[in-house]
Design a protein around this ligand. Structure first.
Ligand code: NAD
Ligand code: UGA
Length: 451
């Protein structure tokens, strides 16, 4: 099938590359000329395991093209996926300007039937607004062309995006109950058929329920994390090991093991903004989502927990003190620094007067970019970007771990102890066992593990 993807970011690029891998002829559009030039010269703008091979293979096969040509992109696909960003507006609601701009472009250039699919995460009612934007453009041209707007939210995780897209737990699709909606349903059924061969994974529903499902999923996952973080903080007070508790409750199939890891708080481009956007939707209907407000507040506090532990141990005045920091990306296997807990930790340490040496296996370039925005010149001067995890340790009072990269899981503890000024580790991801660390001669501060 001929498919157009509008927006070539994390979701658009992965969707485009993976749909091309299934044999479709995919046109990826972006307004960012630099990004398109990079992709056309064989580069990949993001770190995502396996993506470079899928992109290279399908470009070489002529099934995947990248362009900024709007008219050509609209002409290409009968199915037009909108996968542009929906960042938070000033009030926390989803900013739909990019989605609506993409819709207007389709309306300006279409010459025949189109299925427009909202893949971006968008609030309930957005498909109606996309449809209205298209209709306005068509009316301005005096055209009465048919189209249908469907919803097909994306559930991939960064760091595992290709794997998630190619082996989805479920595919959620919302279509209208109109003749155009039926046509959209048939086209999308055909497009997603390869994913449903062994088991039907598609959940068909109405458009608004599909839009809502995406927010419900992210809000539920964020709630589990904040709930565990809150319990972990209490565990620290009462002498309980949150890891034992996690195993204990997770083995109840009604609870399950996933997304119960207490830590340094959730980051990334999605949970924080989607929790806020859902709260905002509720407020528009005079409803206060109390749980989600708490989820957000707990997370904001949680991002400060590691820094607070450092201050509790070393005092408010950290001037003259140096710390090693491992892990900057908001999670492993990505270079994404959006809402990363490491940014909050670094600000706390630098505010206290400390200096730091930081290391991340892939996010160093992105970290330099965002820290230049977060920090003033004086603070930035106290950050050293190290070449390796071990290179951070010299003269450090303690090691602080923020992201659970595999490369940090089995370090040489003797070397760490020898390099640090004091054998102290703050572990924001509970990578190690407190007893093992005590035996190895470390003072170990996990999250919810003060047993
Ligand atoms: P992103 O910022 O990485 O990419 C968005 C791209 O859209 C950018 O390259 C931008 O230049 C481009 N763009 C903006 N306006 C455009 C226009 N009018 N025409 C063409 N291109 C345009 O964003 P992302 O992380 O891919 O997220 C996209 C959407 O998917 C969001 O709604 C997000 O919530 C959702 N989502 C993201 C993830 C994720 O893991 N990142 C997962 C599921 C859903
Ligand atoms: C999340 C969802 O998992 C995806 O299903 C969804 O498609 C995506 O948001 C989105 O809508 O954009 P992502 O943000 O890429 O994916 O990464 P996650 O693996 O969900 O991690 C998010 C944050 O939660 C990370 O900071 C991670 O460290 C934290 N986390 C995760 C915990 O603190 N504890 C856990 O148990 C799990």
């Amino acid at each position: 099938m001929k498919i157009t993807i509008i927006g070539t970011g994390y979701v658009g690029l992965v969707t485009g590359a993976c749909l091309a891998e299934l044999g479709n002829d995919v046109f990826c559009l972006d307004v960012d000329q630099k990004k398109i030039d990079l992709l056309n010269s064989g580069g990949i703008p993001i770190h995502e395991p396996g993506l470079d091979e899928v992109v290279a293979r399908n470009r070489a096969a002529g099934r995947l093209q990248f362009s900024t040509d709007v008219a050509a992109s609209v002409a290409h696909g009968e199915v037009q996926f909108i996968a542009v960003g929906t960042p938070p507006d000033e009030d926390g609601s989803a900013d739909l300007q990019y989605v609506l701009a993409a819709a207007r472009n389709i309306g300006k250039h279409m010459t025949g039937f189109k299925v427009v699919v909202d893949k971006s995460t968008v609030p309930v009612g957005t498909a109606d607004r996309v449809g209205a934007a298209l209709r306005t453009e068509l009316d301005a041209r005096g055209e009465r062309l048919a189209f249908s707007v469907a919803s097909n939210p994306e559930f991939l995780k960064e760091g595992a995006a290709v794997e998630d897209f190619m082996r989805p737990d479920r595919i959620v699709i919302g279509c209208d109950s109109t003749p155009e909606g039926d046509r959209a349903r048939e086209l999308l059924r055909k497009l997603y058929a390869p994913f449903n061969r062994n088991r039907e994974r598609t959940h068909w529903m109405d458009v608004r329920s599909s839009e809502f499902t995406k927010y419900a999923a992210n809000a539920m996952l964020a709630t589990r994390i904040s709930f565990m973080n809150e319990l972990a903080n209490l565990a620290d007070q009462v002498g309980v090991d949150i890891e034992a508790v996690r195993h204990g409750i997770g083995s109840d199939p009604r609870i399950g093991h996933s997304f119960l890891y207490a830590g340094a708080g959730y980051g990334g481009s999605c949970f924080p903004k989607d929790v806020q956007a859902l709260e905002r939707t509720a407020r528009q209907y005079d409803q206060d989502l109390l749980i989600l407000r708490a989820v957000e507040q707990v997370n904001d506090k949680q991002k400060q927990v590691l820094g607070r532990k450092v201050v509790k141990r070393f005092g408010e005045d950290l001037s003259g003190k140096h710390f090693a920091v491992w892990g900057l990306a908001f999670k492993p296997n990505t270079d994404d620094m959006r809402e990363a807990p490491a940014r909050v930790l670094l600000k706390q340490l630098l505010d206290g007067g400390a200096s730091v040496a930081v290391y991340d296996p892939v996010a160093m370039t992105e970290a330099k970019r965002v820290l230049e925005l977060d920090l003033n010149a004086g603070e930035l001067a106290r950050v050293r970007f190290a070449d390796s995890p071990m290179d951070t340790l010299t003269d450090a009072e303690a090691l602080v771990i923020v992201t659970e990269w595999k490369a940090f899981r089995s370090p040489d503890f003797d070397k760490i102890k020898a390099a640090l000024k004091q054998a102290v580790i703050f572990d924001g991801r509970n990578l190690f066992e407190p007893e093992v660390m005590a035996e190895a001669g470390f003072e170990y501060h996990g999250i919810g593990r003060s047993i």
